[in-house]
Each structure stands twice: as C-alpha cells, then as structure tokens.
Design a protein around this ligand. Structure first.
Ligand SMILES: Nc1ncnc2c1ncn2[C@@H]1O[C@H](COP(=O)(O)OP(=O)(O)O)[C@@H](O)[C@H]1O
Ligand SMILES: [Mg+2]
Length: 368
C-alpha cells in the first residue's frame, strides 16, 4: 500500500501541508526545527492514533490552532483499491472518517493503513520498558489477527474490574468470577501473541544477521506475563498470587505484563551497545513490516526519521537497498542528503520543509 496524498493541518508547527507522495522513496529535507518529524508524526497518528514521540496526542495540536486534521489517500496493491482516511481533533473530540463514513471507532482507521517507523527513539524498543515492546508486538497481532482487538478489550475490561475489587477488598467468590474471565480472554490473547512472535522471530533473525553480522544467533524470546502453557490455567495462577495482589491492589500476573526480548547468543538486550540496540530495533521494525507484508500481501508504509544521523553510511546504504528491493513506500527525513541519500535522490521525490511549510522541490536531474 502507499499513501498517494497526505494533507496535514495544525500538527505542531505545520499549519498546512499537502504532499503528493511517490509510491517509492520520498525524502523530506529541512533544517532542524523545520517540521520534518511533525510530518512523520502526522502519518503515524492517522495509522496508530498517537505519535511515536512521548506525550499525549493532544500535544500534537499546533499552538494557537483550534484542532488538527490529517487526511491520507491510500492506494492498496490488491486491485488498486483506494481508501480515503481522515482523522480530526475538533472541539475537544477525536473523530475518524473512512471514505465517506464517520467511524464509531478510530481502530477501523488504523486497520486500513499500516505504517512502521524507525526513528531516534527506536532503540527504546530494545533497552526501554516492556510497555513499548508490548505495544509493538500488539500492533503486529492487531493487523494479522482480526479477533485480537475485541479479545484484548474484553481482557482489559475484566482486568479493570478485578483491580477495582482488589481495592475494595472484595470477597474471594467475587474475585473468582473475574479470574475466570481473565483466563478466558488472556489465554486467547497469549496464543495470538505467541503465534505472531513465531512468524516475527524468523524474519527478525534474518534482518538482524544482515544488520549485525558480528553478533551470533539472533532471535527473540516471548515472556507471556504468566506461566502460559504450563498446564495450570491463568485463573489458578491468579488464585496463588491473590493475597499479594490484594496488598498491592493490582493484578501482578497476566498478559497485561507480557514482554518479548530480542537476544543473541550469550548476550542480553541490556549488554548491547547503543549502536547495536539501534540496529536491533531497525531489524525489529523491518521484521514487523515483512511479517505484515507476508500476511497482507502488501508492504506497510515505512517512516525513517533523521536517517543520516541515526545510522552509519554502510547501514544507511543497506537500509536504502532493502527498501528499494522491497518496493515499499518510504518517507525519510534528513537535514542534508549526505552521501548515501545523494546516491538514491535521483529516483526519489524530494520535499523541502521550512518553518512548518512545504515547497515541492524541482525533481533532481534524471528523476523518474
Ligand atoms: N504543539 C506545537 N505547536 C507548535 N509548534 C510546536 C509544537 N510542538 C513542537 N513545536 C515546534 O515545531 C517545530 C518542528 O519540530 P520538528 O517537526 O521536530 O522539526 P524537525 O524534525 O524538522 O527538526 C519545533 O520548532 C518545535 O518547537
Ligand atoms: Mg526531527
């Protein structure tokens, strides 16, 4: 799939911008503070409902703007289906439109447009808290397994109830009922995650061995958040920790605590250098994109923020070659082209950003 047209209004310093994007490589160039990352954030927002940067999505609204709007016209590979996606924050509410329909749930928007992102904060995926990795994993499962979202919501609902009962020091009988509910949805969620991770694992190993040939036996490990597959169900495990949970007034085991870890032979994620963590995160993002492609039959859109400052030249070239070979649409930002981007600029569409405004650059000599 690719985004043919992207319209952004009121996102950080970008008051108005319209980009007619190429199906292949798009380079967004501009000085620091020009609004390059903001444009990627807008693209991420319409596909995820939040930014890849820290902070709530409310902080994306431009100062002095009364709201924000992102519009994307997406063309899918299969049969050339075109979908028009709109996400808007107006008068204190977020709303989504798909083609001419107002959406009850924004998640219907996110299902229509898959976007993967590698940016300066991506190393957090390796070295950061479990929450990031869980969200990353669940994005993949969400796109591959249509039932997952509903099951996850049911689980979250049950978890909220159990935590509220723990705070009220409710009876064992009351808690028993919710423990069974958590087991019911939690087992399904865990099965989906485990299955997805097996697919992901193989692709991650492939990209990691290419990006980090110095590290051996790359792979992943799944930590379900409870002793899944041990013959004792989640409800029984929740029963065991109930007294502790009563003291802490929260549920300490279950898939809401799940995690996954990249690993190499004899090397834990905390032992990786920052550079290795970054490349490991890149391998994970590419593996995620590839797993999506293998499932959906089309690549997601790939965002790469600040490419020249994130990777050394060899890895920039490797990534660009990988993107070119895949045929995926990519939006890459940089302050300057640098040698690696200069080599591919002729076949890319270039955009220049200045103080939140955009001017399409004349195509480089020989551009398609
Ligand atoms: N909510 C906001 N409203 C207006 N401007 C903002 C907001 N948040 C951040 N900015 C400003 O937007 C500018 C562009 O940021 P950014 O997109 O990160 O630039 P770049 O990636 O090109 O370096 C920065 O100067 C920043 O201070
Ligand atoms: Mg930036």
């Amino acid at each position: 799939m690719f985004i043919e047209l992207l319209r952004v209004a009121g996102v950080r310093c970008v008051a108005q911008a319209e980009l007619e994007l190429s199906a292949g490589l798009n380079l967004v160039l501009g000085a620091n503070g020009a609004g390059k990352t903001s444009l990627l954030e807008a693209t991420y927002l319409i596909s995820h409902g939040h930014s890849f940067r820290a902070g709530s999505r409310e902080t994306l609204i431009g100062r002095g703007a009364d709201g924000l709007q992102v519009f994307a016209r997406v063309r899918h590979d299969e049969g050339g289906l075109v979908q028009r996606l709109g996400l808007e924050r107006r008068a204190g509410t977020w709303s989504g439109r798909l083609d001419d329909r107002s959406l009850e749930r924004l998640t219907d928007l996110f299902r229509a447009c898959a976007v993967c992102c590698f940016e300066p904060g991506s190393h957090e995926l390796v070295a950061g808290p479990a929450e990031e990795r869980r969200a990353f994993l669940d994005w993949g499962v969400f796109h591959v397994e249509p039932e997952f979202l509903g099951q996850w919501r049911r689980y979250q609902g049950a978890l909220k109830q159990r935590n509220a009962l723990l705070k009220q020091d409710a009876s064992d009988a009351e808690l028993d009922a919710w423990d069974l509910e958590l087991e019911r949805w939690g087992t399904l969620i865990t099965d989906h995650r485990a299955r997805y991770l097996r697919t992901f694992h193989a692709r991650f190993a492939e990209y990691a061995s290419r990006l980090l040939p110095g590290l051996t036996d790359p792979g992943t490990r799944f930590l379900p958040g409870w002793e899944a597959g041990e013959g004792v169900g989640l409800a029984a495990q929740l029963r065991v920790v109930r007294d502790r949970d009563r003291q802490r007034q929260s549920t300490t085991v279950g898939p809401h605590r799940a995690d996954w870890r990249p690993r190499y032979a004899g090397l834990g994620p905390q032992e990786l250098s920052r550079g290795q963590a970054k490349l490991t995160a890149l391998a994970a993002v590419l593996a995620q994109a590839r797993a999506y492609r293998d499932h959906a039959g089309e690549w997601p859109v790939l965002l790469v923020d600040d490419l020249p400052s994130e990777l050394d030249l060899d890895h920039q070239r490797l990534l660009l070659a990988e993107l070119a070979a895949s045929g995926a649409q990519a939006l890459i930002t940089a302050t300057d082209l640098g040698p690696a981007l200069a080599e591919v600029a002729a076949s890319a569409r270039l955009f220049h950003v200045e103080q939140g405004a955009l001017r399409p650059a004349p195509p480089a000599a020989g551009a398609a």
